[in-house]
Design a protein around this ligand. Structure first.
Ligand code: NZQ
Ligand code: ZN
Length: 388
């Protein structure tokens, strides 16, 4: 195990009806609020009215940024920053999925910064301060509700990049599983793939002697696998939705499950490159990339892939070689993603080989990616070819 520091400042308020605590939670941070939300799901399911009631109950002056896109765009972030500066906004509230909350984080960091907020995403500057922000989460997937990451797309330059900072952790996040009952089937599946992928990025590691971290990862994966199928069959199954929500939050919350472990993140780099060019859902991209990444790298540490197959997927090792067990685990991953309706090939989401080279270039723009196995541009291209 490696040395580590772990610190996570986000307060989590979890459970049925917890939106009623919103007013009290945000009161310490000021009355001038920017409410950030997406394309209208919160209006259709009544959450908008409940949030407004809370904001009114504490006498907040509310400004709104609506229409934040899935794969949120820099142009929306710029609009949000302008509104904040014009009205002296003191607190940002994101109500929605990962895209909305990531945009809220970018706005929070962009307001006090003199340059262009995009600097944080292309490694020209680091976030030194941000307005305080809070979240009401409506989709279990990214973990953004309890981490300091934000992923934004600059559609003009065809770049999708992430930034991370301790200043972008939400002060609080309200996680009411009932708010996810209305998430459509495809987005529920995308969320399942995303949370599992976050675990994979931390589980497939070269770091030795980390049994607790490995078992944390395996427990989350098993819990997601079981509850994912229930939530897809019965969208308003409270326990399944609650378990998924908790798994997503634990899977990527500043590294709690992988303290002292060297993580990978190459598959995320490849997915971001794909959705920078094609605007596909993040989880859909990961469903295509991850099993192919696994096939490309598993020989680097076959023991970890054997453990994954046996402990997570229950593959019976009797009479099989390590190679066969490892491949059976990868196949089981692919089958599960397919069973829940997530795509397996780039062709299925309408992507051909036109931009393969540029996507590979995007993935390695700041140098080779991945730490389980370091990938150069040709490796990324090979994985994309496998995914066609
Ligand atoms: O825009 P609205 O109308 O709200 O609809 C959204 C959107 O169309 C809808 N939705 C959300 N909650 C709903 C709902 N529909 C009905 N009922 C509800 N309760 O779902 C659609 C997708 O929402 P989105 O926020 O885009 O999904 P997700 O949470 O998967 O976020 C994806 C974004 O997060 C980034 C991804 O790259 C992508 O840009 N990521 C952020 C990370 C982070 N900050 O830590 C890590 C991840 O690896 C990821 O990169
Ligand atoms: Zn992800």
């Amino acid at each position: 195990m490696n040395n580590f520091t772990f610190y996570n400042p986000t307060k989590i308020v979890f459970g049925r009806g917890t939106v009623s605590q919103l007013g009290g939670l945000m009161e310490p941070y000021g009355k001038k609020v920017l409410l950030v939300y997406g394309g209208g799901s919160i209006k259709r399911n009544g959450l908008y009215d409940r949030v407004m009631e809370q904001l009114r109950s504490v006498g907040a002056e509310v400004h709104e940024l609506s229409g934040v896109e899935p794969n949120p765009r820099l142009t929306s972030v710029h609009r949000g920053i302008e509104i904040c500066r014009e009205h002296g906004v003191e607190f940002i509230l994101g109500v929605g999925g990962g895209s909305v909350i990531d945009a809220a984080k970018a706005i929070a960091a962009g307001v006090p910064y003199e340059g262009d907020v995009w600097d944080f995403y292309v490694r020209k500057a680091r976030v030194q301060k941000a307005l305080p922000l809070g979240a009401v989460l409506t989709l279990a997937a990214t973990g953004t509700e309890m981490n300091g990451n934000s992923v934004i797309t600059n559609w003009e330059t065809r770049e999708k990049r992430g930034a991370g900072s301790i200043h972008m952790y939400p002060k609080f996040s309200i996680l009411d599983p009932e708010l996810t009952f209305t998430v459509p089937t495809d987005q529920t599946a995308n969320g399942i793939v995303d949370m599992m992928s976050h675990v994979f990025e931390q589980y497939f590691s070269q770091t030795m002697d980390t049994p607790l971290q490995e078992r944390f990862c395996e427990s989350i994966l098993k819990t997601v696998i079981e509850n994912g199928e229930i939530a897809l069959r019965e969208p308003d199954h409270y326990a399944a939705r609650a378990n998924l929500m908790l798994c997503a939050t634990y899977a990527l919350n500043g590294g709690m499950i992988s303290v002292g472990v060297e993580d990978d993140w190459a598959s995320h780099g490849i997915e971001h490159a794909i959705s920078a060019f094609y605007d596909i859902a993040h989880g859909a991209g990961l469903s295509i990339v991850f099993p192919n990444w696994m096939k490309y790298v598993y020989r680097e540490r076959i023991d970890r892939f054997v453990q994954f197959a046996v402990r997570v997927w229950g593959i019976d090792p009797a009479g099989k070689s390590d190679e066969e067990i490892a491949l059976a685990g990868i196949e089981a991953t692919r089958d599960y993603f397919t069973r829940i309706g997530a795509p397996a090939t780039l062709g299925e989401v309408g992507i051909g080989r036109e931009h393969l080279d540029e996507m590979a270039e995007h993935a390695v723009r700041f140098g080779p990616i991945g730490r389980f196995r370091k990938l150069e541009k040709d490796d990324v291209k090979a994985i994309l070819e496998m995914a066609l």
